[in-house]
Design a protein around this ligand. Structure first.
Ligand SMILES: Cc1cc2nc3c(=O)[nH]c(=O)nc-3n(C[C@H](O)[C@H](O)[C@H](O)COP(=O)(O)OP(=O)(O)OC[C@H]3O[C@@H](n4cnc5c(N)ncnc54)[C@H](O)[C@@H]3O)c2cc1C
Length: 369
């Protein structure tokens, strides 16, 4: 096949690699340039793709195009699942609240959606002391991260996509020897494209290695989010926090937190921190409610005692929201003699929207060349 134009994709997270996959398959000559190598990085809160849980649900993301992007992505995950793409799974997923929570606007896109009034007498994960007052369940896709992300790396970086490890500076952009540039540098865009921003949601996750799958009464895999009331779990500035449990092949991912803040000039966190009570895991201060709430929900609903499993490992990563009003930036920009297509600001939904965003980038670029 004769290769089309040469494009550089800045960023080797889920957005950069998904975009690379699409363009590589379309026959473009693709180079991914990234300061982090996804094959060797483990810990760097600014490299979000080291942390996703990763449900295919548009949590903590702000975009005027959300419904379209989620529809396209969800359909794409459906086709990957049908084609047995490694790591794409389906769970019966519960979103449960200890207060009255209206359905989100994307609910119309959820498969087999049932609301609390329909299933409240049937099986559902539950905390023995915090009764559920509202919620919904559906069949949701999940990316089992330890399988899915390496597979995507393999299908891009080992199948024709070039990789260059480089920490790009703003002055490098105009001299890059490529016909077009796609920017998937997420939080790196703040410096690289001088984009002022308002907000990050910082998130704690615990990993319990080798924990068993959780099943409903029909034997289907289950995952859940639970939002207790404000007095049970809040951040230092009083925002309500929720917890989630996503079983995967290598154990459970137990979230979480959504602490609001930003990174200052010296690269340090400024914003909400962990409210009392907290615990220290791997030297990291972690909200004690994460383990406390899950322990009781899982024991009560599935009969498993967490204290009999491997001790949890803790991590913290940043969800780059950018701004609460249409924070996701998906648009073309002329920078000197270069055409740049931006794809960043995915908040807590970079995996969820990855295919929708990558296909939109292709549409934007193909409309210009
Ligand atoms: C705790 C937690 C839980 C989450 N759970 C979910 C979930 O359940 N579902 C979901 O959909 N999403 C979830 N997310 C969000 C998801 O992880 C992110 O939205 C996604 O990983 C963003 O991917 P990205 O490729 O856009 O950015 P990143 O993964 O941050 O990648 C950015 C890339 O740009 C590169 N870069 C930056 N600056 C430069 C530069 N100057 N020069 C060269 N390269 C540069 C970096 O090296 C990196 O390769 C979660 C996030 C966290 C923290």
């Amino acid at each position: 096949m004769i290769k089309k134009d040469k494009i550089a994709i800045i960023g080797a997270g889920i957005s950069g690699l998904t975009t690379a996959f699409i363009f590589n398959n379309k026959g473009w000559d693709v180079t991914v340039i990234s300061k982090d190598d996804p094959r060797t990085s483990f810990m760097n809160p600014e490299f979000s793709s080291l942390y996703p849980a990763a449900s295919i649900i548009p949590h903590s993301v702000y975009s005027d195009e959300l419904l379209d992007l989620f529809r396209v992505s969800n359909n794409y995950f459906h086709s990957l699942w049908e084609g047995k793409f490694p790591g794409v799974k389906v769970n019966e997923h519960f979103e449960l609240f200890a207060y009255n929570q209206p359905l989100p606007n994307y609910a119309e896109l959820l498969t087999n959606l049932e609301t609390w009034d329909k299933f409240n007498h049937e099986f559902h994960p539950e905390h023995p002391e915090h009764a559920v007052k509202s919620g919904w369940k559906f069949r949701g896709f999940f990316a089992d991260w330890g399988i899915y992300f390496p597979e995507l790396i393999d299908r891009t970086l080992n199948q024709g996509v070039h990789f260059q490890k480089k920490d790009l500076q703003p002055g490098d952009l105009s001299d890059l020897p490529y016909d077009h540039i796609i920017n998937c540098s997420e939080i790196g865009s703040v410096k690289l494209f001088d984009d002022k921003y308002d907000l990050i949601y910082r998130g704690h996750i615990l990993h319990i290695k080798d924990a068993p799958p959780l099943f409903n009464l029909q034997g289907n895999p289950v995952s859940y989010n639970f939002s207790p009331d404000l007095t049970t779990y809040q951040s230092t500035s009083g925002t309500l926090q929720d917890v989630y449990c996503y079983p995967r092949n290598d154990g459970w991912v137990l979230g979480g937190s959504r602490q609001e803040g930003r990174i200052n000039e010296s690269g340090n966190w400024e914003g909400e921190t962990v409210h009392e009570p907290f615990m220290k895991i791997d030297g990291l201060k972690v909200p004690a409610q994460i383990l406390e709430l899950h322990s009781k929900i899982i024991h009560h609903s599935f009969g498993i005692d967490i204290s009999n499993l491997s001790p949890p490992k803790a991590k913290i990563g940043y969800r780059y929201i950018r701004k609460k009003d249409n924070g996701l930036r998906l648009e073309a920009e002329e920078l000197g003699n270069k055409l740049i297509i931006h794809n960043y600001g995915h908040g807590g939904a970079g995996v969820t929207l990855s295919w929708g965003c990558a296909l939109k980038v292709a549409e934007l670029l193909e409309a210009r060349v």
